[in-house]
Design a protein around this ligand. Structure first.
Ligand SMILES: Cc1ncc(COP(=O)(O)O)c(C=O)c1O
Length: 408
């Protein structure tokens, strides 16, 4: 009897799957497990801010809450989200419950919007630099990301206007208006107003990702705190998340949008995951519903971020002042630093030496939809205590000094 080797049919990936690139930031996240490495790469919230004790206390209580078919936290729920959480998020936004869709992190909202707002081959404008996950969501859905430069005042709306006049026709414009990832920029109110006018005139959607909006700790933010940049405009699609203030592992985010957009996004969400995890939604609801507790918690998170940002800036000033320009930041979790010495190679070329020296950073080109960012790095300061941040800056400074000596 002869035995034949079973043939494995070769599996061909769709063009969509083949085009979906892995995030360079998530690749660096894997390195965070290396015990000798101090990683300024991934945007992890501080472990001290994860509300571990509050979640541990809430879970048994939530599991004890009955629904018509057993504990609500363990049963299927509506695609649009848990009714209590939707109502709470709507009330905080001054909107109706049907304007809110709860998503599996705001990343899912980005994916749904990429599918909802643009067809394959159409384009969406993003501020350059921008959040890598937004670029991934667009690319994975065959949507072209067109970068328009930003500065400390956020998206250069004047440059967008010039491009629109020349014929650019985006389906949407995506911004992280407060404490952008990676730049920390805050969109200036006059630019926000102009952006809305342009959106009306040229017929595109404005999406504001508020992932870091609550994480203010500096003077710029204090001035803008409590003001609504969009003046209540219901047409602006706003994203929020529990990831940066409560716990990213819960995977709870949300979209606030006109009800037709919410309904269409819910139809797409159904095919992805039916609904966001019920237990996570109920935990987030309880954490946010405790107004005083949440306000106190946010105060602690902001104070910790302020200390860590200051520690990293001070250490970079001590160890890398000649090599790096380090702008001030008023909120969020990142420093967006520029290689100021023209003799230094691009940031990506410095990464191997940085890793060898025990410090990880994200080279700036990862945040650009096409060329750009080669002379920038993103340094995340939220997750490391001050002494580790100081040591990371010392190591980075040594790498930069060595690279400058080699170039001389
Ligand atoms: C600007 C921005 N938006 C969205 C996300 C996604 O967060 P999540 O899916 O955890 O809500 C991130 C995460 O880093 C981010 O930086």
């Amino acid at each position: 009897m002869t035995t034949s080797t079973p043939t494995v049919p070769s599996i061909r990936l769709s063009a969509r799957a083949a085009a979906a690139a892995a995030s360079p930031v998530r690749a660096l996240l894997a390195l965070a497990a290396r015990p000798d490495l101090l990683s300024l790469a991934p945007g992890l919230p501080a472990a001290e801010c994860l509300r571990e004790d509050a979640v541990a206390a809430l879970v048994p209580e939530i599991l004890g809450r009955p629904g018509p078919h057993g504990p609500r936290a363990l049963q299927y729920g509506p695609t649009e989200g848990d009714p209590d959480l939707r109502a709470l998020l709507a009330a905080r936004a001054g909107r109706d419950t049907e304007d809110v869709l709860v998503t599996a992190g705001s990343q899912q909202a980005l994916d749904l919007l990429a599918r909802l707002l643009a067809d394959a081959g159409e384009c969406v404008v993003v501020e350059a630099p921008t959040y890598v996950g937004a670029l991934q969501a667009l690319r994975a859905n065959g949507v072209r990301a067109v970068g328009v430069p930003g500065d400390a005042g956020g998206l250069r709306v004047d440059l967008l206007e010039r491009a629109l006049r020349r014929g650019l026709r985006p389906r949407a414009c995506y911004v992280v208006a407060r404490f952008a990832n990676p730049s920390g920029a805050v969109l200036a109110p006059d630019r926000a107003r102009r952006l809305r006018e342009l959106a009306e005139r040229y017929g595109f959607a404005v999406v504001d990702d508020g992932a870091y909006g609550d994480l203010s700790f500096g003077a710029v933010a204090a001035a803008g705190d409590g003001d609504d940049l969009w003046e209540g405009d219901p047409q602006v699609i706003r994203l929020g998340t529990a990831s940066k203030t409560l716990a990213p592992g819960l995977r709870v985010g949300w979209m606030v949008a006109p009800p037709e957009i919410v309904a269409a996004a819910a139809r797409l969400k159904q095919s992805a995951d039916l609904h966001t995890a019920s237990l996570s939604q109920l935990v987030v609801h309880r954490l946010l519903a405790d107004d005083d507790g949440h306000r106190c918690h946010l105060g602690r998170v902001r104070a910790l971020l302020a200390r860590r940002a200051a520690a990293l800036r001070a250490a970079l000033g001590a160890h890398a002042a000649d090599a790096l320009e380090v702008p001030a930041v008023a909120g969020g979790m990142f420093l967006w630093v520029r290689l100021r010495d023209p003799r230094l190679p691009a940031a990506a070329a410095l990464l191997p030496a940085a890793l060898a020296a025990g410090v990880a950073v994200v080279p700036g080109d990862a945040f650009h939809p096409s060329a750009g960012g080669e002379r920038h790095m993103r340094l995340a300061f939220a997750a490391l205590p001050e002494d580790h941040l100081a040591e990371a800056a010392r190591r980075l400074g040594a790498v930069l000094a060595q690279a400058r000596r080699s170039a001389a």
